[in-house]
Structure formats: structure tokens, C-alpha cells
Design a protein around this ligand. Structure first.
Ligand SMILES: NC(=O)c1ccc[n+]([C@@H]2O[C@H](COP(=O)([O-])OP(=O)(O)OC[C@H]3O[C@@H](n4cnc5c(N)ncnc54)[C@H](OP(=O)(O)O)[C@@H]3O)[C@@H](O)[C@H]2O)c1
Length: 346
């Protein structure tokens, strides 16, 4: 059994190592399942967990920690009181801390059976990003209010999430401006979403370009996962009373909250995290999972894969995940099981 581990935060290339254990995998307890993982993503948030956040005190894991929160695999065994799942069944899991390993034990209610026709790779990507989209759209609806229809801008529009947001904007007729950081990213977005305007921050006049695309109207909402000094510019483009929804920190540097005209202009800053998804009611969560399954079944092209690496090549995978211009998500894979448990694997 192979497990990616780290005992301190820092540069993934320095702190991550692959541990090989001769011991059998752990046994699931009551209400739990043991999943033999086949595919798991390398999300930006996974790397934050390894490195820590700049500006925040280092969190020292008190014990060995394994990154990863999402993945797909095959149920290896089930504990007592798990009527709905059986060994050999394909499942996607989230939130499931420690998926960068060959096996993970997870509560059965965090496993979603993978429908026939959904590939292993799509299944490995079908929970975190679609559920983040759900959370972002809810924040967007609240910020737009009853008559509000935008305009809205999103940063890092070429990201995997940004593409989901763009597809949803096209579907709902939301006036969205996509912001990227360079011309090649802009070209890719225009090819994929030709009806949505794209602006590049490497152009000196990018703020004027945004205003041009909104017909001079200030932005009602910004969805931002870059942060840093860009925040000042984003706030300048917002309408009085507008909302900055922040959900990531891809950029470097910081913006001082007190230097933003939040009070004078009645602005709102709202943080969104997919971790709060677990606070939703069971009925709401079931609806959200049904939405994610529908996306995976009917629009698998929205779950783009940038590259695949064996779990043992975790450092190469992390390096690729951070490469500028990468499109899609990097996956970490494990060999498929042999024998009876293979029957459901696609
Ligand atoms: N809050 C939550 O619960 C939650 C959940 C999931 C994801 N997220 C966040 O959502 C964001 C996107 O995640 P993802 O998995 O979709 O990312 P991804 O597929 O890895 O894509 C990253 C994108 O960001 C762009 N980028 C990277 N650094 C940038 C910078 N400094 N300035 C501007 N653009 C930059 C890259 O563009 P280039 O083509 O220019 O390289 C690439 O398009 C991340 O910040 C992640 O942490 C948050």
C-alpha cells in the first residue's frame, strides 16, 4: 500500500514523500467503507494544504498527513451498517481527507456511486469543482438580488472552475466578462466560449476593456480566485453596493482590507468555500450531487484532464499542476485492481 505523506508544511518537492507499507490497508468501522483509489486530482487547494498559506503562521501537522480530498475508486470492503454500497462498486468520494494514497477509509455517506458511462477520470473530478460551482452560484444569486442581472466578472477564467462558471453563464444568459492573465489563455477561452468577452490583464488598458464590454456599467459582482494586488483593481471596477466573492488565492502578494473603500462605497466581501457544502441539509446535498452527476454524464468535456501521473510520480504531477498555461486538472493514478473487484471498473 502506497501513501503520499508529509510531516511539515513547505515546498511540495521538499516535503512530500511516498511511503510504502507492507501492512494491509485499514479496516472500515461502522458506517464506513474502504476504497481502493484509482484516480485522484491535484487541486490548487491540495497544494495550499501542503505549503500553508503565505502570511499565515505555519501549521505543523502533529502527525503524518496525506494530502487529497477527492478521488474515485472501487469499494474494497464495507463496515457494519453500510447497506447501500457493496465491494467492487465504483464510487467517487468527497470530502475524503487523504486520497493521495492507494486506499482511503471514508464515511459511506461521502461516497457517490459512479453511473455507467461516466469514465474513471471524469468521476475523479465530478464532486469538488461542480459543488464549488454550486456554492459560487448561490453566492452570486444572493449578491445579484432579485432584479440583478450583472454584469459579473470572474478572474482566472481559464481555470477548471472558471470553465464551469462560463458554461453556466452561457446556459443562464449571465453577462459574464472573463479575465485571464495572458493572450494564450484568452485565445483558449474565446475558442471554448465565443459569446463571452475575454480580457487579458497583461494589456495595459484592461480595465477600460472591461468597462467597454459591460457597456460602461460597473460590475455588480466579481468572482475572484487570484487575490493579491489585483483586488484593488477589481474593487475599482465594482459598482457601489457591489460584491467581491473571494474563493481562492492563486496570486502572490496581499491587499490591505482597510485600504479598500468598503465602508464609503457599501461594498461586500464574501468568502466561499466548498468545505461549507457539508453544512447543507441532506436534501440539498442530494440535489447538488444530482447536479454534479448530470454534468459528469452529459458534459464530460467540462472535466478536462491536463495530464496523468502514477501516484509514485507525485512531485512531477505537482510541478505540472503549477505550470503556467496548463489547461485542465492533473490526475494521480494507481494501477487497476485485478480479480473479482475489477468487474465494475471502466
Ligand atoms: N473555495 C473553494 O472551496 C475552492 C474549491 C475549488 C477551487 N478553488 C480555487 O479555485 C481556483 C481555481 O481552481 P482550479 O482547480 O479550477 O484551477 P486550475 O484548473 O488549476 O487552473 C488554474 C488557473 O489559474 C490561472 N492562474 C494561475 N495563477 C494565476 C495568477 N497568479 N493570476 C492569474 N491567473 C492565474 C491559470 O492560468 P494560466 O493559463 O495563465 O496559467 C489557470 O487557468 C483556485 O484558486 C482554487 O484554490 C476554491
Amino acid at each position: 500500500m502506497r501513501t503520499v505523506v508529509h510531516t511539515r508544511q513547505g515546498d511540495p518537492a521538499e516535503v512530500l514523500r511516498l511511503r510504502e507499507d507492507p501492512d494491509p490497508p485499514p479496516r472500515p468501522g461502522a458506517g464506513q467503507i474502504l476504497v481502493r483509489l484509482l484516480v485522484r486530482p491535484v487541486h490548487p487547494g491540495d497544494l495550499v494544504g501542503v505549503e500553508g498559506l503565505p502570511g499565515l503562521a505555519e501549521q505543523r501537522p502533529t502527525e503524518v498527513r496525506t494530502p487529497g480530498v477527492e478521488g474515485m475508486g472501487v469499494v474494497e470492503s464495507v463496515g457494519p451498517d453500510v447497506p447501500a454500497l457493496r465491494p467492487g462498486q465504483r464510487v467517487a468520494v468527497f470530502p475524503a481527507p487523504g486520497t493521495w494514497a492507494d486506499f482511503v477509509v471514508v464515511a459511506a455517506d461521502r461516497a457517490v456511486p459512479v453511473p455507467d458511462g461516466v469514465s474513471d477520470e471524469t468521476a475523479a473530478l465530478m464532486l469538488v469543482n461542480p459543488l464549488t460551482l454550486v456554492m459560487l452560484y448561490r453566492a452570486l444569486d444572493n449578491a445579484l438580488g432579485e432584479q440583478g442581472k450583472g454584469p459579473v466578472l470572474q478572474t482566472a477564467a481559464g481555470s477548471s472552475i472558471g470553465r464551469l462558471v462560463s458554461a453556466a453563464a452561457v446556459r443562464h444568459g449571465l453577462p459574464l466578462v472573463n479575465l485571464v492573465r495572458n493572450a494564450s489563455g484568452a485565445r483558449r477561452m474565446r475558442e471554448s466560449y465565443p459569446t463571452l468577452p475575454v480580457v487579458t490583464t497583461s494589456d495595459g488598458d484592461w480595465r477600460e476593456q472591461v468597462r467597454h464590454h459591460t457597456g460602461g456599467r460597473p460590475l455588480q459582482v466579481v468572482l475572484d480566485c487570484v487575490g493579491g494586488p489585483l483586488t484593488q483593481d477589481l474593487v475599482t471596477l465594482l459598482a457601489d453596493g457591489g460584491t467581491l466573492v473571494t474563493y481562492g488565492r492563486l496570486g502572490s502578494g496581499t491587499t490591505v482590507l482597510e485600504e479598500l473603500p468598503l465602508v464609503q462605497r457599501g461594498l461586500t466581501v464574501r468568502g466561499v468555500t466548498v468545505w461549507h457544502w457539508t453544512h447543507r441539509t441532506p436534501q440539498e446535498r442530494a440535489q447538488d450531487v444530482a447536479f454534479a452527476l448530470d454534468l459528469a454524464q452529459n458534459t464530460p468535456e467540462l472535466f478536462e484532464v491536463a495530464a496523468r501521473y502514477d501516484l509514485a510520480d507525485v512531485n512531477a504531477a505537482v510541478e505540472h499542476a503549477r505550470r503556467p498555461g496548463k489547461s485542465g486538472t492533473v490526475l494521480l493514478t494507481s494501477p487497476r485492481p485485478t480479480g473479482a473487484a475489477q468487474e465494475d471498473v471502466r
